[in-house]
Every structure is written in structure tokens, then in C-alpha cells.
Design a protein around this ligand. Structure first.
Ligand code: GLA
Length: 726
């Protein structure tokens, strides 16, 4: 592996930067007219926008609509020689939010995503950099050239947002693509190119858990435009295949890799086993909605000892309902029986002012379905939550994110759902009957981030409507409120608190417990005042995505100082989980995180006492993802009743050690290898670094096994999650 990394670095150094010219601004207009692709069109009256900020940030609101950019650029003839030699000129537009169609000097050159009127229906691709190729003959050398870009935006923000446009000589990576995935237990390498190529494909497999090479080979390959060159190779669980294509003509390479999942969680026993939280908080008089989380063979019969008056149990479903008038701690024994045996768990029902005594566990529609969420999709994931057994591990909230709202309010001003949610009350009733809870999303502004109606001026009415529907969780997202904020000279912390205080007042007047989830990306150190608006959690950062860079930034870099602010009833929220099939749209794909990055993700969220909201389509959940989300010993760290968020104790040479004390007197310890290569790690040495010498017992929580504190291998971006008894 080392040798491979070295040769890669060397090549990158010796390759000079390709000749190019850039443009940082464009003429811009909202609307859609075919004539705007014509280079001769007079756009001098259009406004000028910068290409490194989305149009929303530049004061334009244009959700679910078209707008055009016309980028003018003089291409110097000094680029001509290189362009003629490679036969192509690259228009590197960077990413565009969401779908675009592009013309160069009046000729169509490419399209990414689909528009609403396309037969496929709308699908955007806001993260993909647009690389369009034109022939040197299409260029007007030393003269004005016009790149006309027709953009469809499926919800603000929209348009160009990252950087300037680059025009020049293409590199191999702009012409050819190498992807590695899996199919029927084999790794599948796919090479495509927009020009004829030939070169060498080098393949190497490594077992990540033992850090040993398990195979290597080199093949000659040809790539023809319009055709996929496919190579498949067998791959074992826990192996990483790295593929590098070296091209003869370009003397350059493209590379990709695929890591096959491996399951660490041991299979749950057939006998009943309790996996849920050990406390549950409810306010006096509020509905109790709680599902007993026992794994094991079904059917099961449930019983509860010590139930207070007013609460009843459905003995077949294991669902508690009713309400308790008197505040107090009610010790219960939760019992489940099946053909194989019985399990009992000591539990406390805490009736009092506090809810969310452990971090919320459940699902949210955003990371999978984005704005395409529908009642049907929520039902399908809820059904899978029960049938697949995730409900047996305490996952209970089914949260609908943005895009449930109708275009307009009802004549009486009340908020209504759009056609995708024909019966939201029915959905809530069904969830409640199964011991699950329903969450909803809105904004204190006039619009949500997706461009849907927000609550402004209707806060009380909306809180009452949600209560009538049976909402148990509100994610309240700043977004459109920035208009109110920007118009007000007051920029004190109070100005950030104001909209959340207002909704708190109305939410808490409702006769049911509504988890109050603040979403304003951490502005004004929300963790310092979130509890003052009775929030149950607050997002600490911007949106997460399924890349290592995002996970690293949000999970590791942005959480280190936040541990003092979390505790029973109020949690830091580093955003939803990015494991399983995600996509933020109608088209889903497997999370791009490697299996080790996913173990790191869940371990870290457990240590951070973070909201555990699954972001994938549960109806399509594979065994790896299920086992990742349903390891009872790992989840017990997240749900520990002390609610103490982990502290980062060590950061050294790309390793981090985080730990948190648990209610049983032990310590949960995560040792993370954030390096790009795997490492041999001396566990005793790591524990000594955090003051844990001569420990009585070390348990590997993923493997659910006591282990010696000796040397072990931690794969790149991977973790050892331990429970240590002093
Ligand atoms: C913001 C939030 C996301 C999601 C979207 C919905 O980006 O941070 O989590 O709710 O809005 O539009």
C-alpha cells in the first residue's frame, strides 16, 4: 500500500497545471427563454452575479424555477496549441444546483440532471462538477465566447455556488472516469472515456482487518467512447480493492477504490433481549407513547410490572399508551416472553417537566428522499422499522423533513399538507398505535430551506395544528428567517433566540410532548442558550453529507468543545446519519462512506450522545447497515442515562481518543485512526494516555467480546470502541 501511495504522489507532482482561462461572474436572469442560448442575444441589461455564491445568497429567491447564466469569456489563442493537440477544450463549470443544460456559442454541449418536464421527471445533481467538452473549432479565439447555462432549481439555494468557471486543456480525469462498486459479491471496475484510450489497470486487494495484501494484478485495457470497459474481480468481506488506471497517451492516472462491508455485531439471540433506553420522560397528562424494544423470535408476549394508573399495555405489540396525572418516578419491570424464553428489564418512567431523557432515536426523510418525501415513503420506512426489527432497538421517531407543506394555507390561515400527504393524521394515528412517533419540519421564516411555507405570523396556529395531527417532534429550521434577521439592525444573541423563544411558548402550550429540535447550524453558539428556549436538541453545524471530509469536519472538528452543553433533556445534534441508501432525492445510492468510516460514524455519534436519526430508506436496508445500527452494546452508550457527552482526551499523529463515563461506573472509549493508512495500535498504551492503567476489563463493543489490552490493527478512518472497567 505504501508503495502505491508514493507513486501516486510522485505523479501528481510531476504533472503541470493545464493551461486555462477563468471567469468569475456571469450575466443572470430568472425565467426561461430559448433565445437566451443565442450568443448574439443582448444581455447587457441583465444583472451580474458572482459564480462562487449561490443566487439565494445574492438576494434572489427562485425555488422550483428556471434561471439562466450567460458567461462571457475571451479565450486567448495562447491556449490554441494545447487545445488542438488534445483535440478538445474543456468547459469546467464546477457544480450547479440543481440541474442544467448548457450551450457554447449557441451549440448545445451537455446536460446534467433532469428538468420537471423531462420524461424521467425532475432530478438534480447539485454536487456534481460539470465538465463539458467542445471542439477547438467552436472557439472564437481572442474574442468573446458565450457559455449559456439554463438552470432548474428544485428548492433554494440555487445555481452556481462554488467557484469560477475554468476553460482550457482537458486532463485525463476530465475525459475518463473510473468507478468501483460491487455486484453479486464481486468488485466491479467500470472505465469510461469521451476519447479513445489505452493503458494499464492495476488492481490490488487488502484485508483491512489484518492489513495484508490479498491479491494484485495488472491488465492491459482499452477504453472506447460510448462503451463501458468492465472488469470484475472476486472480493471477500472486509477487503478493499484499489484500482489505478495509467494512460499511455496522457502519462497520467485515474484511481478508485471499493471496500467490501464486514459485519462485527454478533447475531442477536433468539430469546428476548431488551435493547431500549432504561428511562423515559413524559409530562404529567401528556400521552405516553412507548414501544418496548425487545429483540428475539416473534411472536412475543409482553408484560409490565408496576404500571401507574392511566397507562395500559398492548400485550401483543408491547406498546404503552395512556397518560399519568401525577409527577414522579415510576419504577417498572418490562418483560417479554417468546417460545425460547423470557427477559426482564428494570426501567423508570419519569413523569415530570423533562422529556428526551436520552437522545432521540428514529428516522428522518431528508438524507434519503430530500424534497421527494411522501406519505407512502414514510409508511414504507415505518413498516420496515417494525418488520426489520429496528424498533426492537429503540428507534421510534419517524420524522418528516421538508416538502410536506402545501403551496398555500387554508382560507382560515391554517397550514395544510400537499398532495403527497393525503392523510397526515391517519399516518400519526398508525404510528402511535404501533408505539412510534411522528416528527415534522418547519421554519420560523416565510419559507423553509426547500422553498416551502414557513410559520411566520402563524406560529400559534401551526403549533395547534401539529398538536391536532399528533406531532411528537418539531425540527424548526432558520432558513427563511434570515430575511427578518437581516432587516433588523439588532444582531445580538437575543435576535437569534427570538424566533425559537416564540415557538417554544406555543409548543409547550400543547397538551402533548413535542420534542423541540432547533436547526440553525450552530449560529450564535446555540449550545449556550438552546436549553433556555427549552430545546431538546440543536444542530451544531451545517448539513452533513456522505463523505469522509464532511464526517471528519462535523463529527470530529466541530464537536470538541461542546460536551459541557449536552445532558438529559437537551442534546447537541451533529446532524442525521449518513449510512445505508441515501441520496437527498428520488434516486438513492449506497452511502459513499467506507465500512470503517461508517463504524466510526456510529461509534462517534454514540460517544457524542447525539441524535440517532437514520437517514436512509429503511425498506432497502442491507444486513451491514442493520447490524451497524442495531448493536445493542454500542447503542447503550448513546442511550446511557447519565447523558454525559464524550470529551476528546487525545489528538496525536492522526489518532484521537474520546471517552465518556457511563452510569454503570465504566468508561466508553473510542480510539479513532483518522490517517489514510491502517495502524497497529497498542491498546494498553492508549488507555494509559487517558489515565487508565491496570484496568480490570476491556470490552470491544462492536464485537461484544472482552479482549486483552494488547496491540490491534485499526483500519484507516476506523475505530475501536471499548468499554473499560477500572
Ligand atoms: C436545511 C437543513 C436540512 C434539511 C433541509 C430541508 O438544509 O439543515 O437538514 O432539513 O434544510 O430543506
Amino acid at each position: 500500500m505504501k508503495r502505491l501511495a508514493f507513486s501516486l504522489a510522485l505523479l501528481c507532482l510531476t504533472l503541470g497545471a493545464a493551461a486555462q482561462v477563468t471567469a468569475g461572474t456571469a450575466k443572470f436572469k430568472v425565467g426561461d427563454q430559448p433565445a437566451w442560448s443565442n450568443p448574439a442575444f443582448d444581455d447587457s441589461a441583465w444583472q451580474t452575479l458572482s459564480l462562487d455564491k449561490d443566487w439565494t445568497m445574492q438576494g434572489i429567491r427562485n425555488p422550483n424555477n428556471f434561471a439562466w447564466y450567460r458567461i462571457h469569456v475571451v479565450i486567448p489563442s495562447s491556449l490554441k496549441k494545447a487545445a488542438v493537440t488534445s483535440g478538445m477544450v474543456l468547459l469546467d463549470l464546477g457544480p450547479v444546483d440543481d440541474a442544467d443544460e448548457t450551450w457554447f456559442n449557441g451549440q448545445p454541449v451537455g446536460k446534467t440532471g433532469h428538468f420537471p418536464a423531462d420524461p424521467e421527471g425532475f432530478s438534480g445533481n447539485w454536487q456534481k462538477p460539470r465538465h463539458y467538452l467542445v471542439s477547438p473549432r467552436q472557439v472564437r479565439w481572442d474574442k468573446d465566447n458565450v457559455i449559456a447555462v439554463r438552470v432548474y432549481n428544485g428548492g433554494d439555494p440555487g445555481g452556481f455556488y462554488q467557484r469560477e468557471v475554468r476553460i482550457g486543456e482537458p486532463e485525463l480525469a476530465n475525459l475518463a472516469e473510473l468507478t468501483v462498486g460491487a455486484e453479486n459479491g464481486k468488485a466491479r471496475i467500470v472505465l469510461t472515456s469521451r476519447t479513445k484510450l489505452s493503458g494499464e489497470l492495476r488492481l490490488e486487494t487488502t484485508d483491512v482487518l489484518t492489513d495484508t495484501q490479498t491479491g494484485s494484478e495488472t491488465r492491459r485495457v482499452r477504453i472506447v467512447p460510448g462503451k463501458e470497459t468492465v472488469v470484475t474481480v472476486p472480493i471477500q468481506d472486509g477487503n478493499r480493492l484499489s484500482a489505478i488506471y495509467y494512460d499511455d497517451r496522457f502519462d497520467d492516472l485515474i484511481a478508485g477504490s471499493y471496500s467490501a462491508p464486514y459485519i462485527l455485531t454478533p447475531q442477536a439471540p433468539a430469546t428476548p433481549r431488551y435493547n431500549g433506553p432504561l428511562v423515559f420522560g413524559v409530562r404529567p397528562g401528556s400521552p405516553v407513547i412507548f414501544r418496548l424494544a425487545f429483540s428475539g423470535d416473534k411472536p412475543m408476549k409482553y408484560a409490565v410490572e408496576g404500571l401507574p394508573a392511566g397507562v395500559k399495555l398492548d400485550p401483543d405489540k408491547g406498546v404503552l399508551s395512556g397518560s399519568v396525572a401525577e409527577a414522579g418516578d415510576y419504577p417498572l419491570v418490562l418483560i417479554a416472553r417468546n417460545e425460547k424464553g423470557e427477559a426482564r428489564a428494570e426501567f423508570t418512567l419519569k413523569v415530570g417537566a423533562k422529556i428526551a431523557l436520552t437522545p432521540p432515536m428514529g428516522w428522518n426523510s431528508w438524507n434519503c428522499w430530500g424534497l421527494s418525501v411522501s406519505q407512502e415513503k414514510v409508511m414504507s420506512s415505518a413498516t420496515a422499522l417494525i418488520n426489520r426489527g429496528l424498533a426492537d432497538y429503540g428507534y421510534a421517531y419517524m420524522n418528516i423533513d421538508d416538502a410536506w407543506e402545501a403551496e398555500e394555507r387554508a382560507p382560515d390561515g391554517s397550514i395544510v399538507t400537499n398532495e403527497k400527504f393525503p392523510d397526515i393524521k391517519g399516518l400519526a394515528d398508525w404510528l402511535h398505535a404501533n408505539g412510534l412517533k411522528m416528527g415534522i419540519y418547519s421554519s420560523p421564516g416565510d419559507r423553509t430551506c426547500g422553498g416551502y411555507l414557513g410559520t411566520i405570523g402563524h406560529e400559534q396556529q401551526d403549533a395547534e395544528t401539529w398538536n391536532a395531527w399528533g406531532v411528537d417532534y418539531l425540527k424548526y429550521d432558520w432558513c427563511g428567517y434570515s430575511k427578518v434577521f437581516n432587516a433588523d439592525p439588532d444582531k445580538s444573541v437575543a435576535a437569534y433566540v427570538r424566533p425559537y423563544l416564540k415557538m417554544q411558548q406555543y409548543l409547550r402550550q400543547q397538551p402533548r410532548d413535542i420534542f423541540y429540535s432547533l436547526c440553525q447550524y450552530g449560529m450564535a453558539d446555540v449550545w449556550k442558550w438552546g436549553h433556555a428556549v427549552d430545546a431538546n436538541s440543536w444542530r451544531t453545524t451545517g448539513d452533513i453529507t456522505d463523505t469522509w471530509a464532511s464526517l471528519y469536519n462535523i463529527g470530529f472538528q466541530r464537536q470538541t468543545e461542546l460536551y459541557p452543553y449536552a445532558g438529559p433533556g437537551h442534546w447537541n445534534d451533529p446532524d442525521m446519519l449518513v449510512v445505508g441508501k441515501v441520496g437527498w432525492s428520488n434516486s438513492l445510492r449506497d452511502s459513499r462512506l467506507t465500512p470503517d468510516e461508517q463504524y466510526t460514524h456510529i461509534s462517534l455519534w454514540a460517544l457524542l450522545a447525539a441524535n440517532m436519526l437514520i437517514g436512509c430508506d429503511m425498506a432497502q436496508m442491507d444486513d451491514f447497515t442493520f447490524n451497524l445500527l442495531c448493536n445493542n452494546e454500542v447503542n447503550a452508550v448513546n442511550q446511557d442515562i447519565l447523558g454525559i457527552q464524550a470529551h476528546r482526551d487525545v489528538e496525536e499523529d492522526g489518532f484521537q481518543i474520546w471517552s465518556r463515563p457511563l452510569a454503570d461506573g465504566t468508561l466508553a472509549v473510542g480510539i479513532f485512526n483518522l490517517n489514510d493508512s491502517s495502524a497497529h495500535v497498542d491498546l494498553a498504551g492508549c488507555l494509559a494516555k487517558i489515565g487508565l492503567e491496570d484496568v480490570k476489563n476491556v470490552r470491544d463493543l462492536w464485537r461484544q467480546k472482552d479482549i486483552p489490552a494488547s496491540t490491534c490493527i485499526i483500519p484507516s478512518h476506523g475505530v475501536r470502541l471499548l468499554k473499560v472497567r477500572r
